[in-house]
Design a protein around this ligand. Structure first.
Ligand code: ADP
Ligand code: MG
Ligand code: MG
Ligand code: MG
Ligand code: MG
Ligand code: MG
Length: 688
């Protein structure tokens, strides 16, 4: 999340007058950056994770687990503590950073400074994550716990789900039937984002997730907890229309009622908080230069949905079990500011483009100019701002990067502060970031900020946060190593980007890891040397993870001979991760081959192997995803009435179980390896 300016945010009516101003100056700012850093090269691998927590307040007497709305206080306290540690201790201790997030119950933490490519840094990740959690935990009330949990099961359910209680009647920004105003971070940016998305769209956001039909779930399912007769906001009466649905068979909830409201057989969500109030795990990598950043960005695009499915962790929404396991489409819908014209529901008359996706969605364009990136792969519709495209091209920027930026810049700025309308485009990137950072895609291509020595970066954004730091470290380490394998072996993961989108939809379905197949490339190698002889070829093994591997020229005889559609097939998750036949070693096989090129101490290697083993066991089904584990916990709870309802007491027991699992107090043999010992033991200190 970007810097939080203190200032006066404009209402949508005022802000939209400045949309072209923000875009024009945003592009000027980008071009100024481009001119300075387009040839910047030789930057080493730096990388870091972002972990998001929800602070849960336990009420043991009433068996209720609620969201603690003390973000502001907690962050102030953590900020002061962090300053103390900084002042008191020597500089070898890297103190973590805590950031606000959309939900007033959320915290985000990052390592105090990015990790390098050293193997010891890789092995520090879990410890660092635990330190961050434990430091936060120390500054909570005794009945509060910091959970890395993707979606809070009873957000927006009847009864009290926040501490303190607030009535959703006061939801002036979102007009939600379910979420009070106070669920949102009170900083002006967040209520303004919420309100301006609703105003720009012309209606409340509307998300309908298919319900999970259990033995006693009523059919058709008509949600009795929706306050149909409320009459406070214009949307309350009349616009809430219960449509009978034929959409359930498509299973994944892109279904949208014509009048923007609730569907039968679905869980209806009507506010930004349902999506932006979710927690996730993100990773950012610095590349050697812009060429490598574009290459890495592309290679990680098809990996996005695979990792979403593997990290699936959000099967409960507004107190009901859903037929989906992931947050992605909920967030996409929760910030979908497109008008009816832009969504293609009405012919274009006021608006400029039909836009197929929300500003929060999967990537639409591969970016690399490398020979591997065949034009046929970019097969998604791509509305662009033509004026901006021409301006970028006239400045000498190539077609693909110009299209990428011009595609981001079809969006309007949603939050404009009156104090920062006029900026120095030589020194600021704020207008550029206004558009860039409200395009929330599976990958983000991050140009260096002005006045810094930061390089070109790529952010991997699809993963759901896991219950334990062991798992979060495991998935992080896996992606870091995969990113190196991609560069070291010059791997080719390209498939048509429309197929990546098919995978995105499948990834979110219930139990996708076990029951779905995903499109993946059959031959990921760019020459005919088998992996085994390549990986044993280095005479001296490398002592660290590196950037800056040369890209070999295209093979001489006919790399474009085959049709694009012959290059990929549908594979199971097990095949994608663990290999298929002689020719495809799987993503874990590639990572293992890359590890062989490194000089890693045996005990360190064992630790890395244990992380990879967790990923392997999730992918072959011998361990459950968090989503499956959570669903099974609910379904086997004595109070569960087999009607899809996750009661206050079930939720309370679930939150306690999750905390105990994290601390190693409770075993979860279906979720974690036998030897998992929990987060309490070695989280006490942190030396870099
Ligand atoms: P945002 O919320 O904008 O995505 P954050 O600042 O919260 O970004 O987190 C960015 C992550 O990038 C952190 O983990 C941080 O450690 C890491 N990071 C910082 N500087 C660099 C860099 N030069 N290269 C790579 N990663 C970096
Ligand atoms: Mg965040
Ligand atoms: Mg962040
Ligand atoms: Mg963020
Ligand atoms: Mg930021
Ligand atoms: Mg981020």
């Amino acid at each position: 999340m970007g810097l939080l300016y203190l200032g006066t945010p404009l209402t949508w009516e005022d802000a939209k007058q400045y949309a072209d101003h923000v875009r024009d100056h945003g592009i000027t700012q980008f071009l100024n950056i481009w001119d300075r850093v387009k040839d910047k090269s030789g930057d080493e691998l730096l990388w870091g994770d972002e972990l998001e927590y929800m602070v849960i307040s336990l009420d043991d007497e009433n068996k209720n687990a609620k969201l603690s709305l003390r973000q502001t206080e907690i962050l102030a306290k953590l900020g002061a503590i962090v300053d103390d540690i900084n002042n008191e201790t020597d500089s070898s201790i890297v103190v973590p950073t805590y950031h606000p997030e959309y939900g007033r119950y959320m915290l985000e933490s990052t390592p105090g400074s990015p990790y390098t490519g050293s193997i010891s840094d890789l092995l520090c990740v879990e410890k660092n994550m635990r330190y961050r959690r434990n430091l936060a935990r120390k500054h909570l009330y005794p009945n509060e716990i910091p959970l890395t949990f993707t979606s809070f099961p009873r957000l927006g359910s009847p009864g009290q789900f926040t501490e303190p209680y607030y009535d959703p009647r006061d939801a002036v920004s979102s007009h939600s039937l379910f979420l009070p105003q106070e669920i949102t971070n009170p900083h002006a940016r967040f209520p303004t984002l919420t309100a301006n998305i609703r105003r720009r769209r012309g209606s409340k956001v509307a998300i309908n997730l298919p319900i999970y039909f259990d033995e006693k779930t009523p059919r058709p399912f008509v949600d009795p907890t929706i306050p149909w007769d409320r009459d406070i906001y214009p949307e309350d009466s009349g616009s809430v229309i219960l449509c009978s649905s034929s959409a359930h068979s498509s299973s994944i909830a892109r279904s949208e009622a014509k009048n923007g409201a609730a569907l039968t057989d679905h869980i209806y969500l009507d506010a930004m908080g349902f999506g932006m109030g979710c927690c996730c795990l993100q990773l950012t990598f610095q590349a050697c230069n812009v060429v490598e950043a574009r290459r890495l960005y592309d290679a990680l695009i098809p990996v996005g949905p695979i990792m979403l499915a593997l990290t699936a962790a959000s099967p409960i929404w507004r107190g009901y079990l859903a037929d989906v396991d992931c947050r992605w489409n909920v967030i996409a819908g929760s910030v979908d500011d497109r008008t009816e014209e832009e969504r293609g529901l009405k012919p274009l008359s006021n608006d400029r483009y039909q836009i197929p996706k929300s500003r929060y969605d999967s990537v639409d364009l591969y970016l690399s100019e490398n020979w591997m990136n065949r034009p046929e792969y970019n097969d998604n519709p791509l509305p662009i701002n033509e004026g901006i495209y021409d301006r970028l091209r006239d400045h000498g920027i190539d077609d693909l990067l110009s299209k990428h930026i011009a595609h981001l810049f079809i969006r309007d700025p949603l939050v404009v502060f009156s104090e920062t309308i006029d900026q120095d485009d030589e020194t600021s990137n704020d207008h550029f970031e206004n558009i860039q950072s409200t395009n929330w895609q599976t990958l983000r291509f991050k140009p260096p900020p002005p006045n810094s020595n930061i390089g070109w970066r790529v952010e991997f954004r699809s993963m759901e946060v896991q219950i334990t730091d062991y798992e979060n470290a495991a998935f992080s380490v896996f992606i870091v190593l995969l990113s190196r394998a991609i560069l070291y072996f010059n791997l080719n993961f390209y498939i048509p980007i429309s197929k990546v989108d098919v995978n995105m939809a499948r990834a979110q379905e219930r139990a996708a890891v076990k029951s779905r197949r995903f499109f993946f490339r059959k031959n990921v190698f760019t020459n005919s040397t088998p992996l085994s002889s390549r990986s044993s070829s280095p005479i001296t093994k490398e002592k660290k993870l590196r950037n800056c591997y040369p890209t070999p020229p295209p093979p001489e005889n006919g790399f474009h001979a085959s049709s694009v559609d012959d290059e990929y097939e549908e594979m199971t998750m097990n095949e994608i991760m663990n290999g298929k036949g002689e020719d495809f070693p799987g993503l874990l096989g590639l990572v293992t081959a890359y590890l062989d090129t490194l000089d890693v101490e045996p005990c360190d290697l064992a630790k890395i192997q244990s992380y990879l083993d967790l990923v392997r066991r999730r992918s072959n089904g011998s361990l459950q995803t968090a989503a499956t584990w959570i669903r099974n916990f609910v379904r086997s709870h004595p109070q569960y009435a087999k009607d899809s309802v996750v009661t206050q007491e079930i939720n309370y027991d679930l939150m306690i179980a999750v905390d105990e699992i994290e601390r190693g107090v409770r075993k979860a043999a279906d979720l974690l390896p036998e030897d998992y010992t929990g987060g309490e033991r070695d989280g006490g200190s942190l030396t870099a």
